[in-house]
Design a protein around this ligand. Structure first.
Ligand SMILES: NC(=O)c1ccc[n+]([C@@H]2O[C@H](COP(=O)([O-])OP(=O)(O)OC[C@H]3O[C@@H](n4cnc5c(N)ncnc54)[C@H](OP(=O)(O)O)[C@@H]3O)[C@@H](O)[C@H]2O)c1
Length: 234
């Protein structure tokens, strides 16, 4: 169980759609300080927010940011990229950059901040996706599936030291990442962040925010064609 009241929270991708909502919600829940990490940090209109430079594809940037935010008690690995190209035809650099940003970078940052999280008996929140379990996101899905398992593995590594690890999973949300998705049914970022932080403060390991995500997760125990019915006719 992790209270955000008086916590020192680091949010990656803080300038993005979910990131902005995460920063605001952490402040509303009483965070004493919020490191708003971004490739291009901006000023915020709350003195508790500390802009922090972070590029998850650059190990030196990760080490520097972790050094500057060594009092972090709650790390939220939120930043990610979502290139649309196919795994077999997009430039391989797009694939490796996606895995570097969405999977390896968060692991590096968690390693760098693990001493702080352990000494605070704090928490780690990894932002996954319904695409952790559904392949239509291509490289993004690959990276998010990896992050899902990294979250599970890191949870086991941190549990003995009293650090909570929450994996957060949800479907389409109205942010720049989904600007090309015309669906009227996208979540509002604040509607996703509320159950995620509720789950954190309730001491949960995992939160599946919506029905779509719960259905996709449940289908993993069925034959592959349950998630990919077009394959049934082959
Ligand atoms: N939107 C959805 O439908 C949806 C659904 C399920 C899960 N999610 C997850 O929610 C999280 C937030 O996504 P979002 O929807 O808020 O997207 P977003 O608005 O595009 O925000 C993503 C953020 O990640 C940052 N970022 C990208 N590459 C980075 C790097 N190398 N180093 C540091 N930061 C980097 C971006 O920074 P810049 O500002 O510098 O570009 C951006 O602020 C992601 O993990 C995403 O997978 C989103």
């Amino acid at each position: 169980m992790t209270s955000l009241n008086n916590a020192t929270v680091l949010v990656t991708g803080a300038n993005g759609g979910l990131g902005t909502a995460l920063v605001q919600a952490a402040l509303e829940r009483g965070a004493a300080r919020v490191y708003a990490a971004a490739r291009n940090p901006k000023e915020w209109d709350d003195k508790r927010v500390v802009p922090l430079h972070l590029d998850l594809t650059d190990p030196a940037s990760i080490e520097r940011a972790a050094g500057e935010a060594g009092d972090t008690t709650v790390l939220v690995n939120n930043a990610a990229v979502f290139p649309r190209g196919d795994l077999l035809s997009a430039p391989i650099e797009d694939i490796t950059a996606t895995i570097e940003t969405n999977l390896v970078g968060p692991i590096r940052l968690t390693r760098a901040l693990a001493p702080a999280l352990r000494s605070a008996k704090g928490a780690l929140v990894n932002v996954g996706s319904v695409l952790s379990w559904f392949a239509i996101g291509k490289a993004h899905s690959v990276s998010k599936a990896g992050l899902w398992m990294a979250t599970n593995a890191i949870r086991l590594e941190l549990a003995p030291d009293g650090v909570q690890v929450l994996g957060a999973y949800f479907g389409p949300t109205d942010t720049p990442m989904q600007a090309d998705n015309p669906s009227p049914d996208k979540h509002k970022p604040s509607d996703v962040v509320a159950p995620v932080f509720d789950a954190l403060e309730a001491g949960e390991h995992e939160v599946l925010v919506d029905d779509m995500t719960q259905r996709v997760h449940a289908a993993l125990s069925q034959p592959v064609t349950a998630l990919y019915p077009a394959l049934a006719s082959r």
